[in-house]
Design a protein. Structure first.
Length: 117
């Protein structure tokens, strides 16, 4: 079981799919709507949760401003392929669980990029 924190920008189908397979997922929309990005990163770091987001501002905070993270998964799925989104995130969690901690991950259809800020 992995621990995730889903930003408000994260498609709720991802939250549901991860919960269905037994992962612990907190959703900002359920616990703290309209929370600031920095507060979200700090919560994820404090609780050792992987932040799931579709908001590119988190990349700025991590890469340009040096914000510490536990892990971030930036989801980049255009509208025409979103039907595979939840399945692909569950697959990422299953296949790359050990690799996620400390990484900033960008997931796109057919492509996953890992970086260590």
């Amino acid at each position: 079981m992995m621990r995730f924190l889903a930003d408000e920008s994260c498609d709720f189908s991802v939250v549901s799919a991860l919960r269905e397979v037994g992962h612990d997922v907190l959703a900002i929309v359920e616990i703290s709507p309209a929370a600031e990005d920095l507060a979200i990163i700090k919560l994820a770091l404090k609780e050792k949760r992987i932040l799931l987001t579709e908001d590119k501002d988190f990349g700025q905070l991590v890469h340009a401003h040096g914000q510490k993270i536990h892990a971030v998964v930036l989801i980049r799925y255009p509208a025409q392929v979103r039907k595979n989104l939840a399945r692909d995130i569950v697959r990422l969690a299953t296949l790359h669980a050990r690799k996620l901690t400390g990484c900033f991950v960008v997931i796109e259809p057919g492509r996953i990029r890992f970086s260590r800020p």
